[in-house]
Ligand binder design. Structure first.
Ligand code: ARG
Length: 588
C-alpha cells in the first residue's frame, strides 16, 4: 500500500465509525486500484462486504459512508457505481503536490522500513571445487537484488554465502592433490591447479576406478574431520583456488557476499543431534539418526525421516543447515532468514524448517523463507548447455553477453556515423551485457523456468535492460541538448499536469513506494521490473512526437514542469535499476 492509499484508508475507517458506530472500527475498506482508469484511480469495495452484517443494500451502505467522508483535498467528488462500489479519482492538484514532494526527496517518496530488522539473505552458495553453474548465477542475481532492496529500506542485511566447503568429496580431492601436486602440500604458497572443474573430474575418475585410492580417500576424510594439519592445509588450498574463481564472477556482477561456508558450523553439529535427542525427536533408523516428518512420505507412502547423522557417524547437508539456522537466530539475531535456491531444494527447506520448529528453535518473531526459482533453459526448451553439450561456464556466458553487446553497439555506431573511444565502447558493452543477463533473469517471475536467449535479452525493444538503459540515456540526452542541469530546476519550479500522457506518467511515478513495499514482502523482483518497464512506456508516450507533448520547445511554465517529469523518470529508473543491481549509463 502506498502513502496515498494509507491516507485514504484512514479516512474510510473514520467514516465507517461515524456512519455505523464504534463496532465498525478497524473494518477494512477494501481499497484496490481501479479496474479501469475510466472509473478513477481506486475503488472501495467495503459496502458490498458489509451488506450481510448491516442487513442493508450495498448501495445504501455506500451512500451512508460517502456522506461521512470528506476527501475533498485528495479526490474529485466520489461516485457510487454498480451494486455499491465507491470510485475515487485523485485530484490533479493532489498529484501535482505529491510529485513536487518526491522531486525534493532523494528517496523519491520511498519511506524507510517502520521496523528495521536484521535480515539474512543466504544466496549464491556454490560448492568448492565444483562448477558454479547457472543455478548459482540465478541465486546470485536474485539474492543480490533482494538484499539491495532490503538494505535500501533500512534493514540490517547480512549477505551470506553458504558455500559447500565440507564433505566426503574432499577426501578424494585431497588424495588426488597429493598425487599430482605433492609439492603444493609443503609450500605455504597459493597453488595454481588450473581449472578446478577438470581437476574434480580427474579426481573422480581415479576414485571410481582404483580401490586403493578409494581407501586412502576415506582415511583422508577421517584426517580432515580430525583436523590433521597437512590435510587441513590441502583443504584450504582447494578452497582458496575456488574462491578466486568465484570472485571473478562476483566482480563481473558487482556482487558482494560474505563467505560463511558449511565448514563454519562443524563444531555445532554434535550439539544439534544431542539437542534433538533431548527433545525426544530423535529416532534410530537402520543405524542412522533421524527425525520423522509430518506430511512427507516416500514412494511407498511410508513416513519419511530426515537423517541428521548417518550410520558412519557423519553429518549431512540438513544437519549443517539446522546448525546454521540456530546460529543465525541465536548469534546473528536474525528476524527473517531468506534462502535463495532452485525450487528443487524446496523439500529440503520445508523439512529442516519443520524439524527446527518441532525442536522449538524458531521464536515466534522469526520468519524463515525459502525463495525458490525455476531452471534456466536453452532456447530449445531443454537444459541449458553449450552446443557441444557441456555445461556452460559462467565466465563464458557473461563474456559472450558482453561480446555480443559490443558487436551490436559497433554496428549501431557505424550506422549512426558516430565516433566513440575504445574506453566508451568497452564500458557500454560491459554494463549493458551484464545488465542484460541480470535483467533477463529478474524480469521473469522467479518461480517459473526461464529461457536463456541472448537475442531476447539484448533487444533494444521490449522488457529488457537495453530498453530501460536506453530510456534513461535518452532523458539525459534531453538535458544535454537543452543544456539543462536537472538538479538546478529550482525549488519553486512546479509540476503542472494537463496532458493525458503527463497524468499517466505522473501516476506511475507515484507508485514506486508501493512496488518496493510489495517486493519487500513477496520477494519477487520481477514486480519492480514490470513497474520500471511500464514507467518507460509511459515516458516514451509522453515524449512521443505524435501522442505526447513538446518538452524543450514548450512554453513556460509547462517546459520546466515537463523537465521535472523527465528528471523524476530518470531518477526513478536509476534508483529502480540500481536496486536490481544494474548500473545506468549517461550515454550509450
Ligand atoms: N551449496 C548448495 C548448492 O549448491 C546451496 C546452499 C544453499 N543454502 C543453504 N543454506 N542450504 O545447491
Amino acid at each position: 500500500m502506498n502513502a496515498t492509499q494509507e491516507q485514504l484508508k484512514v479516512k474510510f475507517e473514520q467514516a465507517l465509525v461515524a456512519a455505523f458506530g464504534a463496532d465498525y472500527a478497524g473494518v477494512d475498506p477494501i481499497l484496490v486500484p481501479a479496474s479501469n482508469p475510466k472509473f478513477g484511480d481506486y475503488q472501495a469495495n467495503v459496502a458490498l462486504s458489509l451488506s450481510k452484517r448491516l442487513g442493508k443494500q450495498p448501495r445504501a451502505i455506500a451512500t451512508a459512508i460517502v456522506d461521512k467522508l470528506d476527501l475533498s483535498d485528495i479526490c474529485e467528488p466520489l461516485e457510487i457505481a454498480g451494486p455499491g462500489f465507491i470510485n475515487l479519482k485523485l485530484k490533479t492538484a493532489f498529484l501535482e503536490a505529491q510529485l513536487n514532494a518526491i522531486q525534493a526527496d532523494p528517496r523519491l517518496g520511498v519511506p524507510m522500513a517502520k521496523t528495521p530488522q536484521r535480515e539474512i539473505v543466504d544466496f549464491s552458495s556454490p560448492n568448492i571445487a565444483k562448477e558454479m553453474h547457472v543455478g548459482h548465477l540465478r541465486s546470485t542475481i536474485i539474492g543480490d537484488a533482494i538484499a539491495r532492496i532490503l538494505e535500501f529500506l533500512g534493514h540490517d542485511v547480512l549477505r551470506l554465502n553458504h558455500v559447500g566447503d565440507w564433505g566426503t568429496q574432499f577426501g578424494m580431492l585431497i588424495t588426488y592433490l597429493r598425487e599430482v601436486y605433492p609439492e603444493a602440500l609443503t609450500t605455504a604458497n597459493a597453488l595454481d591447479i588450473g581449472d578446478l572443474v577438470s581437476f574434480y573430474r580427474e579426481a573422480k575418475l581415479r576414485f571410481d576406478t582404483d580401490e586403493a585410492f578409494q581407501e586412502t580417500a576415506r582415511q583422508e576424510v577421517v584426517r580432515l574431520q580430525a583436523g590433521a594439519e597437512d590435510t587441513i592445509h590441502a583443504w584450504k588450498l582447494l578452497c582458496e583456488q575456488s574462491r578466486l574463481e568465484f570472485q571473478i564472477i562476483y566482480d563481473l556482477l558487482d556482487v558482494h557476499v560474505m563467505e560463511r561456508g558449511e565448514s563454519f558450523y562443524n563444531s555445532f553439529l554434535p550439539g544439534i543431534v544431542e539437542d534433538l535427542d533431548k527433545s525426544s525427536l530423535l529416532v534410530e533408523n537402520q543405524g542412522a539418526k533421524c527425525v520423522f516428518l509430518d506430511g512427507f512420505t516416500n514412494r511407498e507412502g511410508e513416513p519419511l525421516p530426515l537423517i541428521v547423522q548417518k550410520t558412519d557417524g557423519g553429518y549431512n547437508y540438513a544437519t549443517t543447515d539446522l546448525a546454521s539456522l540456530r546460529y543465525r537466530i541465536q548469534q546473528d539475531e536474525a528476524k527473517r532468514i531468506i534462502y535463495v535456491t532452485d525450487s528443487g531444494q524446496a523439500n529440503h527447506f520445508a523439512q529442516f524448517f519443520q524439524v527446527a520448529r518441532k525442536a522449538g528453535w524458531i521464536p515466534d518473531d522469526v520468519e524463515l523463507v525459502h525463495v525458490p526459482f525455476g531452471l534456466v533453459l536453452g532456447e530449445d526448451g531443454k537444459k541449458f548447455k553449450t552446443r557441444s553439450g557441456d555445461t556452460v561456464r559462467l565466465r563464458d556466458l557473461l563474456d559472450e553477453a558482453i561480446a555480443r553487446t559490443r558487436a551490436d553497439l559497433e554496428a549501431r555506431l557505424q550506422e549512426e556515423e558516430r565516433q566513440e573511444t575504445e574506453e566508451f565502447i568497452n564500458n557500454v558493452a560491459e554494463v549493458v551485457g551484464i545488465s542484460a543477463v541480470k535483467y533477463a533473469d529478474l524480469s521473469q517471475n522467479r518461480t517459473s523456468n526461464y529461457i536463456f536467449s541472448y537475442d531476447k535479452m539484448l533487444d533494444l525493444k521490449g522488457n529488457t535492460a537495453p530498453y530501460m538503459l536506453y530510456a534513461y540515456a535518452r532523458i539525459q540526452g534531453i538535458s544535454r541538448k537543452g543544456d539543462i542541469n536537472f538538479q538546478e530546476l529550482g525549488d519553486n519550479a512546479k509540476v503542472i499536469l494537463q496532458h493525458p500522457t503527463e497524468l499517466a506518467l505522473a501516476k506511475d511515478l507515484l507508485q514506486l513506494d508501493e512496488v518496493i513495499s510489495t517486493v519487500e514482502q513477496d520477494l519477487l523482483p520481477n514486480r519492480l521490473c514490470e513497474y520500471l518497464y511500464e514507467l518507460c512506456k509511459k515516458f516514451n508516450l509522453f515524449y512521443d512526437r505524435i501522442h505526447g507533448v513538446p518538452i524543450l520547445e514548450a512554453e513556460e511554465p509547462q517546459r520546466t514542469s515537463r523537465l521535472i517529469l523527465c528528471d523524476l523518470t530518470a531518477r526513478t529508473l536509476k534508483l529502480g535499476l540500481n536496486l536490481l543491481g544494474i548500473q545506468v549509463l549517461e550515454r550509450m
